[in-house]
Write a protein that binds this ligand. Sequence first.
Ligand code: SF4
Ligand code: SF4
Length: 189
Amino acid sequence: MSRSEPSALPLLPDRDCGGCVECCRVIPLDLPELAKPTGELCAYCVEGAGCGVHAIRPQTCRTWFCLWRVIELSDDWRPDRSGIVVRPDGLETGEITLYVVRRTDFLTSMEVFGVVAGWIAQDVDVALSVPGPVGTYPARAVVTDWLRPAVEAGDRDDFNRRVAASLDRLEQHDWQADGITARYAVHIA
Ligand code: SF4
Ligand code: SF4
């Protein structure tokens, strides 16, 4: 996806969304010109190519970026590869949310363990989130204190067990409908 500035957050130079379109699927929009439920791929999105209305896309689409575009994370963290959308909300208050849209091998990698351990060591609060059925809000929980013993022990297996247990529990969530009815009305004036 060829998103470009301006963003609400300063973007890393030389980093592009490439073929990723995860946010065009997972993020709900409820705008006059474009409404789409949580988890529905935007009808303007062309898989592997990006936004079909790029020049006239809504302001929200111009300013919303996942943190892979903002902070130094390896290429493996790109959401379509990693299955993890690192959400930007909460950053100002020292909180980072890993929105796990798919469980991948990467989720249990040394890379994820090391990065999350680093955040916790720096007193960043870490939350996990999972999507529900299309049209419902995601579930989310702060898991810093739950993960901390595994992090402090340097025990990646225990860390992975704790992450999996948190995700299992979140997936039992009583999903609430987002109440958004799809509306696609972005037009060239
Ligand atoms: S309008 Fe474009 S950038 Fe916005 S959600 Fe749809 S495809 Fe993505
Ligand atoms: S989830 Fe991140 S990398 Fe993927 S399209 Fe959205 S902003 Fe770009």
